[in-house]
Design a binder for this molecule. Structure first.
Ligand code: AMP
Length: 420
């Protein structure tokens, strides 16, 4: 029986892997410019971390986690997102005792058991950022600017930034009752999940993905109208800073993060051209999360970008250049008795940072030239009896078709000369 990759997972083969490297490189460079350092956390954690850190009533925790018992009967879970692990690491290593704010970014695989479709996988990849230790609205703006800068450095300009404020526990207290009063009379029209969660967590109804729930609660009161003075001022400053930086946004009353530890700014980035799953990333402030996970009362804010959806968006750009996978040099070995010597030549060139390859399948001279062409080699070096006897190489420039004879010690400068 042929074993295939599990449903909802996939392999990244060359040349597609170059696109991944490209995105990761852009994120790394942008992170450096914004002063964010990389954190790497384990791919599995104690299940309890996500129950507390993501929220016991969320879809992720109730339906989508890859949870298993290890051989010591511990309950472990493949991480469904990155924030909880960052919060755990912050607390575990008392990083908050050092320089604040702590500015981290991460990239890696995440796991959610959901129905696979375009842009939705069971193993997918996120790059994200988390900042701890400041409640400044300018930091909210910076985090959003970081996200937007990644998109723009990737050449993605047709995005929509949705923005809202979910206030603080104080303003949510009064809002919660208003929302429950609005929802109660129509509760029979809600989906099963919303019916059971609306009293405990009415904000979750607002971000329910089921269309009939949206219709049922039409005309719901906006949290924006219940913000306390501090939260209103915070939101105004975030918006003004984005406006002054030329970043367009849409105020979105439906955008909420329904859990208690989310506070103030919430945002989502959509790229409509990639289809139904158009959200490429989202994030927000979570001033209550570190405390909820057993740490001190430290504010935090972060975002996560979905790499697969970024790739979809990149692929949909009309004038996108394919990554350059061309080979610099192909070494054609014309007689197997020079195989060993050829390895020394490859070694010399590679140590001089020249990208070079050769044939290992016993191709004829003609087949090697065809192979070099397929690899896109810019230069072919011929190494045959004649050359070896005379201590030289024949160097062919594949674009001009010019051929020259180069003494062994002149090989590297001659190649660099053609390549540059
Ligand atoms: P979330 O943590 O749910 O806010 O997700 C942040 C981003 O990760 C989303 O905007 C998507 O781009 C991406 N994402 C979330 N779930 C998946 C999935 N199952 N497959 C692919 N990408 C995903």
């Amino acid at each position: 029986m042929q074993v295939k990759a599990p449903r909802g997972t996939y392999d990244v083969l060359p040349p597609d892997s170059q696109k991944w490297q490209y995105i990761e490189q852009v994120i790394q460079e942008t992170a450096r410019l914004f002063g964010y350092s990389e954190i790497r956390t384990p791919i599995f954690e104690h299940t309890e971390l996500f129950e507390r850190g993501v929220g016991e009533t969320t879809d992720i925790v109730t339906k989508e986690m890859y949870t298993f018992q290890d051989k010591s009967n511990r309950s472990l879970t493949l991480r469904p997102e990155g924030t909880a692990s960052c919060v755990r690491a912050l607390i575990e290593h008392s990083v908050y005792g050092g320089l604040m704010p702590v500015k981290w970014y991460y990239s890696g695989p995440m796991f959610r058991y959901d129905r696979p479709q375009t842009g939705r996988f069971r193993q997918f990849h996120q790059s994200g950022a988390e900042v701890f230790g400041s409640n400044s609205p300018y930091l909210d703006a910076e985090v959003i600017m970081f996200l937007v800068q990644i998109l723009s450095n990737l050449g993605l300009r047709d995005y929509e930034l949705h923005l809202n404020s979910v206030g603080c526990p104080l303003c949510r207290e009064s809002y919660r009752q208003k929302l429950i009063d609005h929802i109660s009379p129509v509760k029979e029209k809600l989906c099963i999940d919303c019916q059971s969660r609306y009293e405990k967590n009415p904000l979750r109804v607002l971000d329910c993905k089921v269309e009939s729930c949206h219709q049922a609660i039409a005309g719901f009161p906006y949290i924006y109208d219940s913000l306390c003075d501090d939260c209103q001022e915070h939101y105004i400053l975030v918006k003004a800073t984005l406006e002054d930086s030329g970043i367009n946004y849409l105020h979105d009353n439906n955008l909420v993060r329904g859990l208690d530890y989310y506070t103030n700014t919430a945002f989502e980035i959509h790229i409509p051209s990639i289809g139904a799953q158009s959200a490429v990333g989202g994030g927000g402030r979570y001033n209550g999360l570190v405390k909820a996970c057993g740490g001190p009362d430290i504010p935090g804010i972060g975002f996560a970008l979905g790499m697969e959806r970024l790739l979809l968006a990149l692929d949909s750009l009309p004038d996108r250049e394919e990554p350059n996978s061309k080979l610099d040099v192909f070494l054609a070995v014309l007689d197997e008795k020079y195989d060993n010597q050829a390895m020394q030549v490859l070694d010399r060139l590679r140590k001089a940072k020249i990208m070079v390859d050769r044939d290992y399948t016993g191709r004829s001279m003609k087949a090697q030239m065809k192979y070099a062409d397929k690899l896109g080699a810019r230069i072919v070096i011929l190494m045959g009896e004649d050359e070896v006897n005379r201590g030289c190489f024949t160097v062919r420039n594949m674009s001009s078709r010019e051929q020259l004879e180069v003494q062994t010690e002149q090989l590297i400068p001659a190649i660099i000369d053609i390549l540059t």
